[in-house]
Design a protein around this ligand. Structure first.
Ligand code: LFR
Length: 463
């Protein structure tokens, strides 16, 4: 069988074809397209319409290749959403989580609800970007969109909806909202009611490994793909990536860093950890594949590096990772910055933000690009070590090794600094974890793979 994975990331999107051949996964990149944030008026948006067209271009390219496709599944970043009315009309272009509309919202919300009781239900790391705070800001400003909305669709739900006409919410992506009950895997109605959010916009939750719907007839014809199933996978990119950690069944606790724009550092567990200790350590219980929970901390990841590289490029000083990393390897700088500080969330200039931070906090100020990069990477490794120390305290036994997966696993300097800071071996790869997890969960839905252990065995054999 042939599957198409559509993986939307903050910087680009991809359509990948994959099939199982003698117990191995073979993948082919069909189409890659850029994604960007668009500042318009007072808000920062994603260009959803262009993304939809780009996705369809990829589907058409697969059709033109004559691929007999058996499944399509979408995964994306977390927390963002679109609102549609009862006729399926999009109510306003979806806003990016880096938009400032959620500034100060957590403080307001936690004047109304008790943070400990709230965490004991949904077990989510409080972050301004979370859906809860985005919706609360709409509610507070009496948004006509929220008043008119019939369905809330998280980004993967949104694209799936416009492919199938079926409005539903996939479990792993819903678990990034701070509005899901981590134990029952149903909506956290208590919080929804307490904040006066409209109950009817929260839809049916579908589990990874099930079918969401079939391609709409017009799209089936336009793309030449026919009546293909659109499948629910770990539609949160982190869930798909973690599904593809090449760990063996007896590796416990199975620890990972899904490394990209964000670094998601954690372990896979059977039941959520909803204690005060977990809340204070700022860990989150997200939905995983096969009924598992990914207990992790959301850390600002290579975002800072991505911004720096983009800035240097804009200034005409094109910089490649393979040139700057060896220089950073040799550089010495006595500064650790808190990578999660608001100063680095979306500054006009990342380079200036780092220099200013060091100058105002009595840290050695980096003087070259190599020193800036070194400072960022060693700060990330330090943050990983801090998170891992908290994690170890909450687990029955400390982690023995760390899997680094995703695009960031190619950063050898960061891998080495991480291994040194954590004091355990680092196993790097696969780079394509998200695409692999997406495709193999489709194979699970279609019965080609029987469970998550077999899925991981396929990953091990394929890399
Ligand atoms: C990673 C990710 C994180 C989520 C962040 C923002 O791509 O999905 O898990 O917290 O993006 O949505």
């Amino acid at each position: 069988m042939i599957y198409l994975a559509i993986d939307f990331g903050g910087g680009s999107g991809r359509v990948i074809a994959g099939k199982l051949e003698n117990g191995k996964l073979e993948m082919e990149l069909i189409h890659r397209f850029p994604n960007r944030q668009v500042r318009l008026g007072n808000h920062v948006y994603w260009d959803f319409l262009a993304l939809f067209e780009d996705m369809k271009t990829g589907l058409k390219m697969a059709g033109a290749k004559g691929l007999k496709v058996d499944g399509i599944a979408i995964d994306t970043w977390g927390v963002d959403f679109g609102l549609i009315d009862q006729d399926g009309n999009l109510l306003g272009n979806p806003v990016c989580y880096r938009d400032a509309r959620t500034k100060g919202m957590p403080e307001e919300v936690f004047k109304q609800i008790d943070p400990s009781a709230h965490y004991a239900i949904n077990g989510t790391q409080v972050m301004e970007i979370n859906t809860l705070f985005q919706l609360y800001s709409l509610k507070k400003t009496n948004s006509p969109q929220l008043e008119k909305a019939a369905h809330l669709l998280f980004t993967p739900d949104f694209f799936s909806y416009y492919l199938t006409g079926e409005a539903n919410n996939e479990y792993t992506i819903a678990s990034t909202s701070e509005l899901l009950n981590a134990t029952t895997k149903d909506w956290d109605w208590e919080t929804i009611d307490q904040l006066g959010l409209p109950r009817h916009i929260f839809g049916k939750i579908v589990m990874p490994g099930t079918v969401r719907g079939k391609l709409r007839r017009d799209i089936a014809e336009e793309t030449g793909l026919g009546e293909v199933d659109v499948i629910a996978v770990g539609s949160h990119d982190t869930a798909s990536a973690v599904a593809a950690v090449p760990a063996t069944e007896d590796e416990y606790p199975m620890a990972f860093i899904s490394s990209g724009t964000w670094s998601l550092l954690g372990v896979e567990i059977e039941k959520p950890i909803l204690t005060e200790e977990a809340r204070k350590a700022e860990f989150t219980n997200e939905g995983g594949i096969g009924g598992r929970i990914t207990f992790l901390q959301n850390i600002t990841g290579l975002w800072i590096m991505q911004r720096l590289m983009a800035e240097w490029k804009e200034n005409g000083e094109e910089q490649q990772f393979d040139i700057i990393l060896p220089l950073a390897e040799e550089a010495h700088i006595n500064a650790i910055i808190p990578v999660d500080d608001a100063a680095f969330q979306n500054p006009a200039s990342m380079q200036q933000a780092i220099i200013d931070y060091c100058a105002t906090h009595q840290l050695q100020v980096p003087q070259s690009k190599a020193e800036i990069v070194r400072c960022v990477l060693q700060s990330l490794a330090a943050k990983y070590a801090e998170a891992t120390a908290h994690l170890n305290e909450m687990l029955p036994q400390p982690i023995k090794c760390m899997h680094i997966i995703g695009g960031g696993s190619q950063n050898k300097l960061l891998n080495r600094l991480t291994s040194e800071a954590l004091g355990v071996p680092v196993i790097a790869g696969p780079i394509e974890a998200t695409g692999m997890g997406n495709i193999l969960t489709q194979a699970l839905a279609k019965g080609e793979i029987k469970d998550i252990d077999e899925l991981r065995a396929v990953v091990r054999q394929s890399i």
